[in-house]
Design a protein around this ligand. Structure first.
Ligand code: LLP
Length: 416
């Protein structure tokens, strides 16, 4: 559920007209709803009530400082994958002791920064990384709290680019050899074993892969307990899907109800790392139709947002709903359009074969663009990145100014 709805044929973000926002801030424009973000975070937090737990929002989904601040104020934890994300969390008022650090390629500098900041836990993805964290912590006179991110080898049944829990994916430690690595970790003086983690993929629409993965993780947890290594937490990862079109996503409450029985009698804290399910439906991308071209065979609506602003459609062949911000009445003919951007790539499209009644200058909203939208944006074709606005009831805040030419060339130097 989100707080973008139509009132008298015009789209509103909470109590603010999207048309007014576009007029004030220009397009392309990302618009987020604070109430939606909060609602989704609470859905996870409430769903896990009764278990000791921590909801660690996956920062990569949307890392705008105001988004992180909104969640930090609700007591969120954070799942980060870089030193930059850690800096963002801290700047936004997030607590370091609620941060888990995932990611397959942590650098020594990032590890040191995370240790200095006092993060809660490293989710370690390989043997060499474990050794690096051990050495780095010892040199700093510290002990690093860790979980091994195990790869449970289950099929998340999602797009291959966002499936992470199969043996042939680069992520995590093979679950078959993880026990040996835990035994090694237990002997490292720079390491304190805190828990175990897994994350099998993103945009999951079935609960069974979660349960399969958890069963495998819990079997390992029992073997480790027999070996004298006890887990204080189990991190079940993120990955819950959202509705882009007609998907039927699993509600956090149903997901939690399915996994909860597995934790019965286990004195562990449960961690989860949702990103998309919190931020996805909390955002839209507003774009203006620059012009229409083509004829009977093929019609294109050229819009001012492009693959540099929103890469999901072309990268994953992802369907994202596109709707007019103002529903025009009679007199508009519905035609089938490819919605494409100004970038010099055939792959620069936002939607294909969309039936829309539109004309030049109309505003369109790409729905469910709050996650992996702006965070995946680039400056390709020297396009300044879009502005971002957060709506809160009838108030709005520009939470990121549109980039300028100076932003584009910052750090570049002409030859002498
Ligand atoms: N935890 C870890 C270790 C992850 O790698 C991810 C996502 C998450 C949590 C959050 O997953 P979520 O709850 O958002 O599904 N750019 C792609 C999605 C990439 C996901 C990468 N990892 C997309 O736009 O579909």
């Amino acid at each position: 559920m989100d707080y973008f709805e139509f009132r008298n044929g015009e789209m509103y973000a909470e109590d603010v007209s999207v048309l007014r926002l576009a007029e004030r801030h220009g397009t392309p424009l990302y618009v987020y709803s604070r109430a939606t973000l909060e609602r989704h975070f609470r859905a996870f937090d409430d769903a896990l009530a009764g278990l000791e737990h921590m909801v660690c929002y996956a920062v990569k989904a949307n890392s705008n400082l105001a988004v992180l601040q909104t969640l930090a104020r609700l007591g969120a934890g954070f799942d980060i994958v870089s030193g930059g994300e850690l800096q963002r969390v801290l700047k936004a008022g997030g607590r370091a002791d609620r941060v888990v650090f995932s990611g397959v390629g942590k650098s020594e500098d990032e590890i040191r920064f995370a240790l200095e900041s006092g993060i809660y836990c490293f989710n370690v993805e390989s043997e060499y990384e474990l050794e690096l964290i051990d050495v780095t912590a010892r040199l700093m006179g510290k002990r690093a709290s860790i979980a091994l991110r195990v790869n449970p080898d289950v099929d998340a049944k999602t797009h291959p680019y966002i499936s992470t829990g199969l043996k042939n994916n680069k992520f995590g430690v093979d679950i078959a050899t993880a026990e040996q690595l835990y035994l090694r970790a237990a002997r490292m003086s720079g390491i304190e074993i805190l828990g175990i983690a897994s994350h099998i993929g993103s945009q999951l629409l079935e609960v069974s892969p979660f349960l399969d993965a958890l069963d495998r993780v819990l079997a390992l947890v029992r073997r480790l307990a027999d070996a004298g290594i006890t887990m204080r937490h189990i991190d079940v990862g993120g990955g819950l899907g959202v509705r882009y079109h007609d998907e039927k996503p699993i509600a956090p409450a149903d997901w939690a109800a399915a996994i909860k029985p597995k934790f019965e009698g286990l004195p562990v804290r449960v961690l989860t790392e949702p990103g998309r399910a919190i931020a996805g439906n909390a955002g839209i991308l507003v774009t203006r139709v620059l012009g229409i071209k083509g004829g009977e065979d093929k019609r294109f609506a050229i819009v001012d947002a492009a693959m540099n602003d929103l890469i999901r459609p072309t990268l994953y062949q992802a369907w994202m709903d596109i709707v007019p911000v103002v529903q025009q009445g009679e007199g508009r003919e519905t035609q089938t359009y490819d919605i494409v951007g100004p970038i010099c790539e055939t792959g620069d499209w936002i939607g294909k074969d969309r039936a829309l009644a539109i004309a030049t200058d109309d505003l369109l909203a790409v729905r469910t663009a709050g996650a992996y939208g702006f965070t995946m944006a680039s400056n390709y074709n020297s396009r300044p990145r879009a502005a971002e606005v957060m709506v809160d009831g009838d108030a709005e805040t520009l939470i990121r100014a549109r980039e300028t030419f100076d932003d584009l060339v910052r750090g570049e130097t002409l030859l002498p």
